[in-house]
Design a protein around this ligand. Structure first.
Ligand code: FE2
Ligand code: FE2
Length: 299
C-alpha cells in the first residue's frame, strides 16, 4: 500500500470529506522525540467535579503533539455530553484523534441504538469512527470496536483487523505503528466487563502482518502495561489506560498515560490522581526498546 503524504488522513468511511475527529494540523515536533498522550473513558456526564479541568491542565503542561482518546467519551451518548467532550478536545494542545466506546451509543433509545448507533458521535466528534492516519513518525489504525447488539463487550471483525494490519504494514521504516480500539486486545474475549470478540485474531494479524508496535485500549478503567506476544513470537507493547475523570472503579485512582517516542525506543509515564487530590502525579515509568523479536522492556 503506498504511503500517504505526511499529515494526510486516510478515512475509509468518509473518504470524500475530512473527519473532524482527525484534527491534523501542523504536526512538526520541536524535538526528535514525539510526545503522545493516551486518554480514555472520560465519560462526560458522569465525571467527578472539576475532573475535566484538572485533566486539561495536566495535559497542557505536557504539550503533547497528539492526544489519542480511546472511547467512552460520554456516559449516555447525549448531545450535551458530546458537546462538552468536543469542547474539551478543542482545548487540548496539539492534535487529537478519537474513537467511540460502548457508552457512546444510546442505551435507552433502542431504535437509535439499532439503526443510528453512532449518529451523535459522528455529528459532534467526527464522521469517521474508524481511521487510518499516516504522519511522519506514526502510522495509526484506529478501530471502532463497539457493537450495538451488546452493551459492554465489543468486537473486531477479521476483515477490519486485516484491513488495519495492511495499513500498518504499508508504513515506512522508522514509523511507530499503533493500533487502538476501545476494547482490550488482551483479555478474555467475553469477560464480565466485556472483552472484545475477535481480539486474539486481531492481535496476531496486527502484530505479525501489520508489524504493530503498540496496541492501545481503554474500557476496563484500569491502567495496565505489558508485552503482548503474537503466536509467531513477536512482541508488541500492550497498553490499557484507566479513566482520568470517572469516579467509577477509581479506588486505585484516575489515570492517563504519556508516551515519548524516539526511533526504537518508547518511554511510557503513568500519571495518576487520587480523588482527594487536585493534581496528577507521575507514578510509573516503563521503557521499551525494539529488538530482533519485537519490543522488550528495559529494566
Ligand atoms: Fe468506560
Ligand atoms: Fe467502555
Amino acid at each position: 500500500m503506498p504511503s500517504a503524504p505526511a499529515g494526510a488522513l486516510s478515512n475509509r468511511s468518509a473518504a470524500s470529506r475530512p473527519a473532524r475527529s482527525a484534527r491534523i494540523k501542523r504536526m512538526t515536533p520541536a524535538s526528535p522525540a514525539l510526545r503522545l498522550v493516551h486518554l480514555s473513558d472520560l465519560h462526560f456526564g458522569a465525571q467527578a467535579p472539576g475532573a475535566a479541568q484538572m485533566l486539561l491542565e495536566a495535559v497542557i503542561g505536557l504539550s503533547p503533539q497528539l492526544t489519542l482518546i480511546t472511547g467512552d467519551l460520554t456516559q449516555r451518548a447525549r448531545n450535551s455530553q458530546f458537546i462538552a467532550a468536543r469542547q474539551f478536545f478543542d482545548q487540548l494542545p496539539g492534535d487529537w484523534l478519537a474513537i467511540p466506546g460502548n457508552h457512546d451509543m444510546p442505551l435507552f433509545r433502542p431504535w437509535h441504538r439499532l439503526f443510528t448507533p453512532r449518529g451523535r458521535y459522528r455529528r459532534h466528534i467526527g464522521d469517521a469512527t474508524t481511521s487510518h492516519v499516516d504522519w511522519q513518525q506514526l502510522r495509526l489504525a484506529l478501530i471502532d470496536s463497539t457493537n450495538p447488539l451488546s452493551w459492554r463487550s465489543g468486537r473486531v471483525r477479521s476483515a477490519a483487523a486485516r484491513d488495519a494490519a495492511q495499513w500498518l504494514a504499508g508504513g515506512c521504516d522508522g514509523q511507530l505503528r499503533i493500533a487502538a480500539a476501545h476494547h482490550p486486545f488482551a483479555t478474555r474475549e467475553r469477560g464480565n466487563k466485556g472483552g472484545m470478540a475477535g481480539a486474539n485474531i486481531a492481535r496476531n494479524l496486527l502484530i505479525d502482518e501489520g508489524g504493530a508496535d503498540l496496541l492501545l485500549w481503554g474500557h476496563l478503567h484500569r491502567s495496565e502495561v505489558r508485552l503482548l506476544a503474537s503466536d509467531a513470537g513477536r512482541n508488541a507493547i500492550g497498553i490499557g489506560v484507566g479513566s482520568p475523570t470517572s469516579g467509577r472503579h477509581s479506588s486505585e485512582g484516575l489515570f492517563f498515560h504519556q508516551l515519548d517516542v524516539t526511533p526504537g525506543h518508547v518511554h511510557l509515564v503513568v500519571w495518576r490522581r487520587h480523588m482527594a487530590e487536585s493534581l496528577f502525579y507521575p507514578v510509573g515509568n516503563h521503557r521499551f526498546v525494539l529488538g530482533p523479536a519485537g519490543w522488550q522492556a528495559v529494566v
